[in-house]
Design a protein around this ligand. Structure first.
Ligand code: 7TS
Length: 409
């Protein structure tokens, strides 16, 4: 198995114990832990470079601006963006998707137009579209799932017609781990008037992404799910789409001129970055992609594929346990949702916590998916570079304990 255990020492929090047991952190789909390299980059920025960006004429402000723009260049290059200006810093994936919905969708959708989604989307790739559909009279249509929890494309021909103006799809589900059919939907949209928006919140941290070959119009993701700080994420867009898109927040930094009744916008990406941006967070985001680049995203992916395969194997040994997600680790990420007998997911998470194991329980901000699967909630273990097979073993042992506690064994 790809051994990344040496890098665990970069993550101070992994040394924490609960009731004498070493923390097993299996909630990286919610947010990842941070290596010292990221923590120190943020710390050093505040100690040595802190000033507002794009404003001051003094050298310290120029240094802060350089650090901020260098971070943009690093993140842009991490996803293969031809230009760093195509990378807009946002508060996270949620804000990025709202920018597209309100900045692009609201101005272009008309009554009768369609927004095509899949039932496995996170709320942040559903709710903004619902809000904009309500304002424009557009209609939402959904692709369902097949028996292996993958998006079912057999209905695509029926739902994809000239009314579809926006296709919004997750690159990877935060619940089932299934990859979204990005390539297939980009191909379907090719030559039509539809744009493709990819929610990359789970995809970008876990696999190599190259926007140039992906072919989508927009890609949204969050730093905190890929070793970076909270409060920052990114929206990448094709140049012409970003030019077409209107800013949804007005204020300082995003203008080239302001009159009493009208203003003109600054060039892309600044027209979308109103107000003082999250500067230290951007620096931390840059350090996070440096860290991932050093490991190599192919290694990140290999490690996760192997660990997920091992987890699926160990979980299959546990009686009464049902996994909600693809069986084949090709085409799936490291989020593993499951139910154990009729034990409520929150009770499972509580027992796992007694063992020092952190997993998430609930609807995972994907209520339409939960209804589609006919489950009220699942427990979810999700893996990242610092997790080990020994931690999967501890999860399996704790789940056997849960069976005993609830009288299943
Ligand atoms: N899209 C997907 C697929 C996600 O998993 C999440 C967050 C988001 C969008 C929103 O990202 P944010 O950084 O803007 O909040 N997912 C989860 C999760 O699975 N548990 O907590 C947050």
């Amino acid at each position: 198995m790809t051994d990344l255990s040496a890098l665990r020492s970069d993550f101070p929090i992994l040394k924490r114990t609960f009731d004498g047991r070493e923390l097993v952190y299996l909630d990286s789909a919610a947010t990842t832990q941070k290596p010292v390299q990221v923590i120190e980059a943020v710390d050093a920025y505040y100690r040595e470079k802190n000033a507002n960006v794009h404003r001051g004429t003094y050298r310290l402000s120029a240094e802060a601006t350089d650090a901020f723009e260098q971070a943009r260049a690093k993140v842009a290059s991490f996803i293969g963006s031809p230009k760093s200006e195509q990378l807009v810093f946002t508060r996270g994936a949620t804000t990025a998707l709202n920018f597209v919905a309100y900045g692009w969708g609201l101005h272009r959708l008309r009554e009768g137009d369609r927004i095509l989604l899949t039932v496995m989307e996170h709320h942040s790739n559903i709710v903004p579209w619902q809000m904009v559909a309500k304002l424009t009279g557009a209609e939402l249509v959904y692709l369902g799932l097949d028996d292996d929890y993958r998006v079912d494309l057999t209905e695509l021909d029926r739902v994809f017609d000239e009314r579809v103006k926006i296709v919004a799809v997750s690159g990877m589900s935060n619940v089932t781990g299934a990859r979204g059919p990005v390539a297939e939907l980009v191909a379907a949209a090719d030559g039509t008037n539809a744009i493709v928006v990819v929610d990359g919140a789970q995809l970008v941290p876990h696999d190599r992404v190259d926007v140039a070959s992906m072919g989508a119009d927009f890609l949204a993701f969050s730093a905190h799910k890929m070793l970076g700080p909270t409060g920052i994420g990114a929206l990448w867009g094709k140049e012409e789409r970003l030019e077409e898109m209107e800013p949804t927040e007005g204020g300082g930094e995003m203008i080239s001129d302001v009159g009493l009744t009208e203003s003109r916008w600054a060039p892309v990406p600044h027209k979308f970055e109103a107000g003082t941006p999250p500067i230290a967070q951007a620096v931390g985001f840059g350090a996070a992609v440096d860290y991932l680049d050093k490991i190599g995203m192919d290694t990140v992916r290999d490690h996760e594929r192997e660990l997920t395969a091992y987890a699926l194997e160990r979980l299959a040994e546990i009686p009464d346990l049902r996994v909600y997600g693809p069986r084949d680790v090709e085409g799936r990420g490291g989020a593993v949702s499951f139910e154990l007998g009729d034990i409520h997911a929150h009770d499972i998470a509580t027992i796992l916590d007694d063992h020092g194991i952190a997993v998430r329980a609930g609807h995972h901000c994907a209520k339409p998916l939960m209804r589609h699967l006919h489950v009220p909630a699942t427990a979810r273990a999700s893996f990242y570079i610092y997790n080990t097979p020994a931690e999967v073993d501890r999860l399996a042992e704790a789940l056997l304990d849960a069976r005993r506690v609830f009288g299943l064994a």
